[in-house]
Design a protein around this ligand. Structure first.
Ligand code: BG6
Length: 493
């Protein structure tokens, strides 16, 4: 018998590949004060001009204790775009129908923790909040769309920030476990695919967004980021365990924002730095997929003066809560070199070193489809677990044409390259089981709280100040993606 008879080359996307789009509650739902919902950290992320410094600031949302105090007394609509979102709360039927028209068989969304536990501290959940997601999942089921649910996507009860300064406090582990058990139990017949935390590695970038921590109240932000991450690792592991008990066929994943770091030159020291930067990026799935802290982190912690608090049972909890798959968001690659601040930059969104081979988006994000293929190959080599591309997409300014259409060939071009890269990775032997385009319907940007940074296949008539009819208009990319899905990724033209 020949090898080729035993092992077949995968030249196509698998038959039941999951195609769809991804969103987050705090960027789409709106209705921030409806039906008993509490205030979340993202409700307290005010709009700041992302161009104030003369160059686009991709992170306008870190919050200090002084700002939080100020925001509590200023509920003006224009200050907090994430409070109004795109009003998915009232438009979910229409929006899901449009996703179905494109042929989605998966829709990634998150549950807003504060709809279920308004302060995080109640003993019983808020029934109206639970009922909302029942309706959303039922609507998905109507069209055969599988929901993929993130338990916590960049938001948590603001009360937990005020009382505990967020995830730096171990009390949050149990509070989250209670929330996770409630949603797992409630939706056990409706949701099979879960992600515990969105992009945990972004705690290193924005302590407030990822971990609800007011950085001005901690002595050492890097130490706080890793301490908060440790608590999230525990909470995630406990949620994985609960999912296995409650939903026998549950698939629970971890997720990072994967930023591939290339060495600037062939100089061995630059090469070494790229190995180390990539290790720091993969530290999160290393813990969540392998169930223990990787050996390399010991030296990093020592070098950075980090010493996190652990308890006796933590190692067992991590071992027992290993994930079933690894999900990534992928937007860009970076360039790294041996320099003093290299370790710090490894966790950062903004890279000071430009890659001369890559073009940039309007927000200066390097466009690198091959980087996605490299990432998938490396992650599969490392974990041998199924992979899911939970976010990928192009944030761009879309202009409505005179015939009320959006001719977004630039978005089609971007997605075409990235989907082709996923297909190549599959041919390279990688097990990828799904791909969800970020912001499949225009939504509020996470980093800049802009509406004008659009990712969607569906245009939403609303501006940065929250003005507009909220009318939904399919863009050219809508019809293109529909063809891609109908052909199971064969027709990218
Ligand atoms: C990911 C987040 O990091 O990037 C999303 O999970 C976010 O919430 C996306 O929206 C794109 O970032 P931005 O800042 O362009 O919205």
């Amino acid at each position: 018998m020949k090898y080729s008879q035993i092992k077949k080359l995968n030249t196509h996307f698998p038959k039941h590949f999951l195609w769809g789009g991804a969103t987050a509650a705090n960027q789409i739902e709106g209705a921030f004060d409806k039906d008993g919902k509490g205030l979340s950290t993202s409700d307290m992320a005010a709009y700041k001009d992302p161009y104030a410094s003369g160059k686009v600031d991709n992170f306008t949302f870190n919050v200090t204790s002084k700002e939080l105090e100020f925001y509590e007394n200023h509920p003006e609509k224009t200050l907090f775009p994430k409070r109004w979102g795109i009003d998915f709360y009232h438009n979910y039927k229409e929006d899901i129908a449009l996703f179905a028209e494109m042929g989605f068989n998966v829709f990634r969304l998150s549950i807003s923790w504060v709809r279920i536990f308004p302060t995080g501290l109640e003993s019983a959940p808020n029934e109206a909040g639970l009922a909302f997601y029942d309706k959303v999942f039922d609507e998905c089921a109507k069209y055969g769309i599988e929901p993929l649910v993130t338990m916590s996507h960049y938001e948590m009860p603001i009360e937990l920030t005020k009382k505990y300064n967020g995830w730096v406090n171990r009390a949050l582990v149990q509070i989250f476990e209670k929330y996770a058990k409630v949603i797992l139990e409630r939706y056990k017949h409706k949701v099979k695919y879960w992600i515990t935390f969105n992009e945990m590695n972004m705690n290193l970038n924005s302590l407030y967004t990822g971990a609800g921590v007011l950085a001005d109240l901690v002595d050492n932000p890097l130490q706080a980021a890793y301490q908060a991450s440790h608590h999230q690792f525990l909470a995630s592991a406990l949620a994985v365990k609960a999912a296995r008990d409650i939903i026998p066929d549950a698939k629970v994943g971890c997720m990072i924002n994967h930023i591939e770091s290339y060495a600037k030159t062939t100089k061995p020291e630059d090469q070494l730095q790229s190995v180390k930067s990539n290790q720091l990026n993969m530290f999160y799935p290393d813990v969540q997929a392998r169930g223990e802290y990787p050996s390399y982190i010991t030296r990093y912690f020592a070098d950075q003066n980090i010493d996190i608090q652990m308890q006796d049972e933590d190692e067992a909890i991590l071992r027992e809560g290993k994930v079933d798959y690894v999900a990534i968001s992928y937007y860009m690659s970076h360039v790294t070199e041996a320099r003093e601040d290299a370790a710090k930059l490894a966790g950062s969104f903004d890279s000071p070193i430009k890659n001369e081979y890559l073009k940039l988006t309007q927000w200066d994000w390097p466009i690198d489809a091959t980087g996605l293929r490299i990432a998938l190959i490396k992650l599969y080599d490392r974990y041998e677990l199924p992979l899911f591309v939970a976010e990928n997409g192009l944030g761009a300014k879309d202009v409505l044409s005179s015939d009320d259409n959006i001719h977004d060939d630039y978005r089609i071009d971007y997605l075409k390259q990235h989907i082709a890269a996923v297909k190549d990775a599959i041919e390279d032997g990688v097990d990828v089981f799904g791909y969800t385009v970020w912001g499949c319907i225009d939504l509020i940007s996470c980093g800049t709280s802009q509406m004008s940074k659009r990712y969607g296949f569906i245009y939403v008539d609303q501006d940065d100040q929250g003005k507009g009819s909220l009318k939904r208009i399919p863009k050219d990319s809508f019809y293109w993606y529909k063809k891609v899905i109908a052909s199971n990724g064969e027709d990218l033209t």
